[in-house]
Structure formats: C-alpha cells, structure tokens
Design a protein around this ligand. Structure first.
Ligand SMILES: NC(=O)c1ccc[n+]([C@@H]2O[C@H](COP(=O)([O-])OP(=O)(O)OC[C@H]3O[C@@H](n4cnc5c(N)ncnc54)[C@H](OP(=O)(O)O)[C@@H]3O)[C@@H](O)[C@H]2O)c1
Length: 393
C-alpha cells in the first residue's frame, strides 16, 4: 500500500499538481489539459480512417466515443431518435429513427463498422444486425458483465488465491430469465443481464466471426448519469470524516468511459472480434486502494473510518446504492479482464478519473448537484458514523 501511495504522490508531483491543492485543480482544470469530458489532446489520427455507424451516441458513453473517433479522423454517422443531447456534434451526420420500429434511415447505406452502444433488447440488435449484415464488415455490441449468472466467493478470503481462482472469465455461466418470465420486454434487475447476452447472441447469429462483444463493468467518469462512482470524489472534495465500507479489502472494478470508448474505437480500427470483459484496472484493486488514491490526490484533509459490512447492514446502509461501487464479497467486482488488456484496453490513473468527475459534477446546476442519485447524505453519514463510534467496537 505504501508503495502505491508513494507512486501516486510522485505522479502528482510530476504532473505539476504539488502545491495546487486538488480542490483548486478540480475546480479549474489543469493548465494545458483538455476540458473535462473531452477526449485527450494527444490523440493522433488513425492510419486508415473508417466509416463508423454509431447506434445511439448522444447519451453517456456515446459522446466520449464520438469525440475520440472524430479526433482519430474517422467519419461518424449517428443513428438515434433525435431526442437526447441534440446540441452535440452539429458537424456529424445524424440519422433519425427508432430502434423499436423504424430503421428506414439505415437502409441502402454502407459503413465499415457498426457500434451498437445502447441496445438492451435482443430484438433491437437482431433487427439492426440483419438490416446491416451486408452493409458493414464488423458489428460491435456494448454489453455488460451483468450477463453472468450470480456467483459466490463462498468464504474465499479477499485477496486470496482462492478468490483469484473464482474470477469470472468470458466463458462463465450466463444469467437466465426467471422461470416465470412472461415474455415481456420490460427491463428490470432480473431481465437486464439475460436480455443483454441474448442481444449479444443476436449479433453473433447474424455477423458471426465479424462480431465484437464488449462487456463493461461499472462505467464511470464525466457525464455518468448514475452518480455511483461520482459519490466518492465528490465526497472526498468535502473532506472531514468519511464512512468507508467494510474492512477495505473487498475488490472493486470500474472503467473510465473515455478509456472504454477509445478502446472500442481502436477495436473498430483493427477489426478485432471476440468477446471481452472490459473493466479495470489491470490488477486487483481494493476498496481501500481506491479511496486512498482519491484521498491522496484530493489534498483536502479527510479521514476514512472503515465500518464493518455487518454493522452497516444493521444500520440499513446498503452497498452499491448507499455506499456505491462497493459490493461486498461479490465476484462481479473482480472479473477477468486479461483478454481486453491484451487487446489494448488501457486505464488512466484513478486520480485523473476522480479529478475530472468531480470537476464535471461541480459544474452541474445546483438543483442537480443537491439531489445526487445514490450515496449517503451528509446527515445520514454522520448518523451512521456516530452510531459506529458509540458502539465502542
Ligand atoms: N453505465 C454502466 O455502468 C454500464 C455498465 C455496463 C454496461 N453498460 C452498457 O453500456 C451502454 C451505455 O450506453 P449509453 O446509453 O451510454 O449509450 P449512448 O450511445 O451514449 O446513448 C444512448 C443513445 O441511445 C439513443 N436511443 C435511446 N432509445 C432509442 C431508440 N428507441 N431508438 C434509437 N435510439 C435510441 C439515445 O438517443 P435518443 O434519445 O435521441 O434516441 C442516445 O443517443 C449500454 O449498452 C449499457 O447496457 C453500462
């Protein structure tokens, strides 16, 4: 842990952050750095520009992908209903339709690669893949690690070899629709995962070897509408006494939307096919590693109070929603990602993601900032911490 902290400190000093105070850096952005949410200023052009059709493209991951693709010199076409973030990318061709019942704008056209960002329903993917099977060489479908059947660590110690041996690879068993599923297309906690792998299969059925399936874990960073990862850098920026969940040893995984989408564009450039778990970092990251890296980078004094999972449960505090990113003792928090890393998925430092996420959040309107979608409120956190300290444990 000490080595890691020293590495972070050295990195910050090299980056010229020393003495800036992270709060200031978050608020103002680094000199010479791209604005939060924009693609890196160092992106070079692709050697062979491609014609990319992006289904979606204007929600969360889409804009990061479009910016990177344009910087790489690709020709981008978007297909969506024309409702979300319509102000974005006035220079890009936009085809209007609806995945539910109107794909006519896609007829009679050709692209090199289709990137299907947003679809959950298998029917949506089957219909667009069938329509485009002779119109593009490759179909990239953004899926999720939620496709995997529930798994358990069965008491394997965090960080142990036993835990590592149970990591979920791309061929792990898949989640099934409930036996009593009524055939409806409602996307719920129970149908999301099964629908996503059925959607993957729909793409594979049509595009065969020309299919690329990307299964991200938690996607984070600027523009993330969920506030899950965002909770932590925003909390760090406030400083003071912070409730940290568990004993710090539980694994956590996530991927910055900018790293994910740049990699997807490179998969398109290289014509890479196959199925990939797309989450990070490359090695095992514990909740303690994550929070300490953010804390070091924040330079706003704070103290982490590690409160055991059982005590939090007794207090009605839930992982993932009240204390986000953390899902205690769950194999979905450390899936195998070696295949994606081998295929070029790279991860920026946690401090960078935290800084940019906090800066993005700080610039949102007051009514949005004052109603975060997940996480403990300041009052609730103080109450839980008070109860923990009063327990004398
Ligand atoms: N967030 C996470 O942590 C996480 C984790 C794992 C996997 N994932 C997966 O990552 C992907 C994230 O996608 P995203 O929403 O960020 O993609 P996106 O490409 O940024 O945006 C969603 C797009 O879908 C379009 N759209 C919505 N309904 C449509 C319809 N009926 N017909 C045509 N277009 C439609 C929206 O535009 P209009 O509204 O204008 O139509 C918008 O452009 C999803 O596949 C999700 O399952 C997410």
């Amino acid at each position: 842990m000490k080595d890691r902290r020293e590495f972070v400190k050295a990195g910050l000093a090299l980056a010229g952050w020393a003495g800036l105070g992270f709060k200031g850096a978050w608020a103002q952005g680094r000199e010479g750095a791209p604005a939060p949410g924009s693609a890196s200023a160092e992106v070079s052009a692709a050697s062979r520009p491609k014609r990319l059709l992006i289904l979606g493209g204007t929600g969360f991951i889409g804009p990061h992908m479009v910016r990177y693709a344009l910087e790489r010199g690709h020709e981008v076409t978007l297909f969506n209903r024309g409702r979300t973030n319509t102000h974005l990318f006035p220079e890009v061709e936009k085809l209007v339709g609806d995945r539910s019942d109107d794909l006519t704008a896609l007829e009679g056209r050709r692209w090199d690669v289709v990137i299907d960002n947003h679809a959950t329903l298998p029917r949506w993917v089957r219909q667009s893949a069938e329509l485009l099977k002779d119109a593009a060489a490759q179909y990239i479908h953004v899926s999720t690690i939620s496709v995997y059947a529930p798994a358990s660590y069965d008491g394997a110690e965090p960080g142990s070899a036993e835990e590592a041996s149970r990591r979920l690879g791309e061929d792990a068993p898949l989640a099934q629709l409930p036996d009593d599923h009524d055939g409806s297309e409602a996307v719920t906690g129970q149908t999301y995962g099964p629908f996503k792998w059925m959607a993957e299969q729909a793409a594979r059925d049509v595009f065969g070897e020309r299919t690329t399936i990307v299964r991200p874990g938690l996607i984070v960073g600027p523009d993330d509408p969920t506030d899950r990862f965002t909770y932590w850098p925003v909390r760090m920026a406030r400083g003071g006494d912070i409730v940290a969940p568990g004993d710090g040893r539980d694994a956590v995984q996530f991927v910055d939307a900018r790293d994910l989408t740049a990699w997807i564009v490179r998969l398109a450039e290289n014509g890479t096919s196959g199925t990939f778990n797309a989450t990070g970092p490359a090695g095992r990251l514990s909740m303690m590693n994550m929070l300490e890296e953010m804390q070091q980078a924040a330079a706003v004094p704070s103290q982490l109070h590690w409160v055991p999972a059982e005590f939090l449960a007794d207090q009605g505090v839930r992982g993932w929603t009240d204390l986000p990113v953390w899902i205690p003792r769950n194999p979905l928090t450390w899936v195998r990602n070696e295949r994606a890393v081998e295929a070029g998925l790279e991860f920026r430092p946690i401090a960078d993601t935290a800084r940019d996420t906090a800066a993005w959040f700080a610039a949102l309107p007051e009514d949005r900032r004052s109603a975060p979608r997940v996480g403990l409120s300041a009052a609730r956190e103080a109450e839980v911490l008070g109860a923990w300290q009063a327990s004398g444990r």
